[in-house]
Design a binder for this molecule. Structure first.
Ligand SMILES: Nc1ncnc2c1ncn2[C@@H]1O[C@H](COP(=O)(O)OP(=O)(O)OP(=O)(O)O)[C@@H](O)[C@H]1O
Ligand SMILES: [Mg+2]
Length: 424
């Protein structure tokens, strides 16, 4: 039974038939639950059998709020944390504040408590806790709370859109995009979707050793009819938490897109996947410009030479002009240290294009050649190579998280978690 307050009436339990037909599905989020009782863990686990939870990755752990605090001191937080607490009401807000200190800004929290107390409920909701559910509860009630939070009418889209664009053809934008997606998927354990927007020549399929029969082209050809269910069918899974919308990579037909051709597809993806990586080809036309103007993060990938510098400067200026109030583009220098090539120093490169340098990747033809020819990521070919740290650090930066120092959390948490920010 959920907690009843005058301003937050509990939702009636939905009849089974309604769930079976038109119920909204919870997006591909990661949920971690920290329970104090094994019955509660079983209850939360049973929630994944609800159809609405079919795309969710859920794990349960012991230890309640303290267990969660310990875990997130050294691990990234998921999209949603569910914590059970048996603390007395006056101790709960304080314990949750300790949890807030180790949480990332975008993480939501649902509390399962044993105390039916209006004042506590209001205090927790005011401090930014997404829901307080009084135990004993049903799995359906928990699922309904999660659905309301992530797929309700007013739920904000969960997907962060990150575009990678090369300053010059072949600078390595695609390779970087794919490896950063891999790093985000493995270190944050969040679902990533890579959109291969280079319809004729894209390499997402090759680089992940996949040749799915469907992909992004089918979504574009379906025009206005594209919806969530269709995108789910067109996506292929390359690895745990890595999903692809591949390019057909054939020359059977040509593609001349309208300015807003990708807009609807990106919007639908944002409602269903937490991280959307756009592999943008090195071309300049209306749809590329519009895409760069509307996504959350733009990463320019450049080799450290003059032509790349000129193009990167133009791209950086264009991005600033297109989105004056949004974040400027970031810069990654790729193929650094190519033998005998005179190079522009990274710091100088970044300051002349007025972009934040978020990574530098060395030139290593043997490693990259092997990975490309095997259809593997760098982390699969050389798990301990330091390039993987650079990819992880870029992944942290573009997803708005601070890089972990060693095994620990960032030295300073500049961002307040959302459930404290609200209070502030
Ligand atoms: N750091 C690196 N060291 C050596 N080779 C690299 C490195 N990064 C990428 N490459 C190689 O460079 C080639 C081009 O990479 P990629 O396809 O990612 O570039 P791109 O900028 O996306 O190209 P396009 O302009 O075709 O979209 C690939 O063969 C890739 O394996
Ligand atoms: Mg490319």
């Amino acid at each position: 039974m959920s907690f009843l307050t005058p301003d937050q009436p509990s939702k009636p339990e939905e009849p089974a038939a309604e769930i079976a037909s038109g119920a909204r599905l919870v997006p591909r989020i990661t949920i971690q639950a920290f329970c104090e009782h094994s019955q509660t863990a079983q209850l939360v686990e049973s929630a994944v059998y609800d159809r609405r939870m079919s795309k969710v990755a859920l794990t349960t752990h012991n230890g309640g709020i303290d267990g969660a605090v310990e875990t997130y001191k050294s691990n990234p937080t998921p999209n949603l944390i569910i914590v059970e607490t048996t603390l007395p009401p006056e101790a709960i807000p304080g314990a949750l504040e300790r949890l807030a200190e180790v949480c990332d800004a975008s993480t939501r929290v649902i509390v399962l408590g044993h105390v039916n107390d209006v004042l506590l409920y209001r205090d927790l909701i005011r401090s930014g806790i997404s829901e307080y559910i009084v135990l004993p509860a049903t799995a359906q009630l928990i699922v309904t709370a999660i659905t309301e939070l992530f797929a309700g009418e007013g739920a904000a889209p969960i997907g962060r859109t990150i575009g990678f664009v090369s300053a010059k053809g072949g600078a390595g934008g695609s390779t970087l995009a794919h490896n950063v997606a891999w790093a985000i998927a493995t270190s944050l354990r969040q679902d990533c979707l890579i959109l291969d927007m280079d319809l004729a020549f894209g390499t997402v399929g090759l680089n992940f050793n996949q040749d799915p029969p469907h992909g992004l082209a089918d979504a574009l050809l379906a025009n206005q009819k594209v919806d969530q269910t269709m995108l789910d069918r067109l996506m292929s899974k390359a690895a745990n938490h890595v999903n692809l919308l591949t390019a057909p990579a054939t020359l059977d037909r040509t593609w001349d897109f309208e300015e807003r051709e990708f807009e609807q597809i990106i919007e639908i993806c944002q409602r269903s996947v937490p991280v959307i990586i756009l592999d943008i080809p090195h071309v300049w036309n209306a749809w590329v410009r519009h895409t760069l103007a509307t996504i959350d993060e733009v990463v320019i990938v450049a080799e450290p030479d003059l032509a790349n510098l000129r193009n990167a400067k133009n791209l950086s200026d264009a991005v600033k002009a297109l989105r004056p109030t949004e974040k400027a583009a970031s810069l990654v220098i790729n193929k650094q240290g190519m033998p005998k090539r005179p190079e522009i120093a990274s710091g100088e490169f970044a300051s002349s294009i007025e972009a934040q340098l978020i990574g530098q990747i060395g030139f290593d033809p043997q490693l990259f050649g092997t990975a490309a020819n095997n259809g593997q990521m760098i982390a699969e070919v050389a798990a301990n190579h330091k390039i993987n740290d650079a990819y992880r650090s870029i992944g942290m930066s573009v997803t708005g998280r601070q890089e972990m120092h060693g095994a620990g959390k960032p030295a300073s948490l500049l961002k307040l978690p959302s459930f404290l920010k609200k209070r502030a």
